[in-house]
Design a protein around this ligand. Structure first.
Ligand SMILES: [Ca+2]
Ligand SMILES: [Ca+2]
Length: 323
């Protein structure tokens, strides 16, 4: 082998080595770039999510402002009706890179499931049965629910206590105390998701056993739960009329049989659910908060704030169903 051939071969090896190094470096750079863009994308999603959540919290603050203003004005403090500004849902409107919507629902328009854990449970069971019947649902769930929240282990009518639930494949016990969420209904014997969905808009749970029904805002089935005198026909015609009663006695003057039920009715609301939904560059956040407004002082206190709770937008449910 001549010296010239040797040099050429060495040059070739060096060239191949350099090319290998370049190839390796390119592969490494590519890998790094891919990883980097993934990290950037992840961070972007997190930031958009944070921004959405911040918007929903802003919406909650605005809702509390609306409720505070409603109380500050003497005229609007006297009664709470569906005609008032706080009761008008705010349709999705544009915010930076996305949209925001807001609605406030007064919970005093609904039947309080925790009333069955109170002193006059028998009366409340009867009322819950009336509501279930008005909705075309099995009224056995009233007794099952009473057993779920009452402190004892004695079965009420067609109800059930631990003995029933401990026999399940995944055994569990009754709560035997106040409920913190409507979703606990799903644990009742025989209560399927369709029943839960049908019941959902008419019931609520708050940390009180003695809430009243706001006759200015309640739906017809809930109104029926007040008294037998509130027939389906009366409840429906009431819902269709503009309701701005400033005292429950005004309604009792129209329907005299309701005079015995004045202690179940009100014209003002204390508990409100604030529902907000925001979307920033396709990343969505949903917030459901429950607040209590003190009827004496107007003070608003936050009872719960939940980003993961079931939320149904009054505006975009149809669009989601099409997806
Ligand atoms: Ca008001
Ligand atoms: Ca019980």
């Amino acid at each position: 082998m001549s010296a010239r051939t040797g040099r050429r071969r060495a040059g070739g090896v060096a060239l191949i080595s350099v090319m290998l190094i370049v190839a390796l470096c390119s592969a490494l750079m590519y890998e790094l770039l891919v990883r980097h863009s993934l990290v950037v994308a992840k961070t972007r999603q997190v930031l958009y999510g944070d921004q959405s959540r911040a918007y929903t919290l802003g919406a909650e603050a605005y809702a509390r402002q609306l409720l505070a203003e409603d109380w500050q004005n003497e005229d609007s403090r006297a009664l709470d009706s569906l005609e008032e500004p706080w009761a008008q849902p705010i349709e999705p409107f544009d915010v930076d890179n996305g949209s925001l919507e807001l609605s406030i629902v007064d919970l005093d328009r609904r039947f309080n499931l925790n009333s069955l854990a109170g002193a006059d449970a028998d009366v409340q069971v009867k009322r819950f049965k009336t509501l279930l019947n008005a909705l075309g649902l099995d009224d056995r769930f009233a007794e099952l629910w009473k057993d779920w929240v009452d402190a004892d282990q004695q079965i009420t009518g067609f109800g059930a206590e631990d003995g029933t639930y401990l026999l399940r494949d995944t055994p569990y016990r009754t709560a035997n105390t106040f409920s913190g969420s409507i979703t606990e209904l799903a644990l009742l014997d025989g209560l399927d998701p369709d029943t839960l969905a049908a019941l959902w808009p008419y019931v609520m749970v708050v940390p009180s056993t003695t809430t009243l029904i706001n006759v200015n805002t309640a739906d017809a089935p809930t109104l029926q739960s007040i008294s037998e005198a509130m027939t389906a026909a009366r409840a429906e015609s009431l819902v269709e009329s503009p309701r701005t009663y400033s005292a429950a006695a005004e309604l009792a003057a129209e329907i005299p049989e309701l005079k015995d039920s004045l202690d179940l009715m009100t014209v003002t609301s204390q508990f409100f659910e604030i529902q907000a939904r925001a979307e920033v560059n396709g990343v969505r956040a949903e917030l459901v908060s429950v607040v209590h407004r003190d009827p004496e002082t107007g003070e608003l206190s936050l009872l719960s704030r939940n980003f993961g709770r079931r939320y149904q937008s009054p505006f975009v449910a149809v669009e989601d169903a099409d997806e």
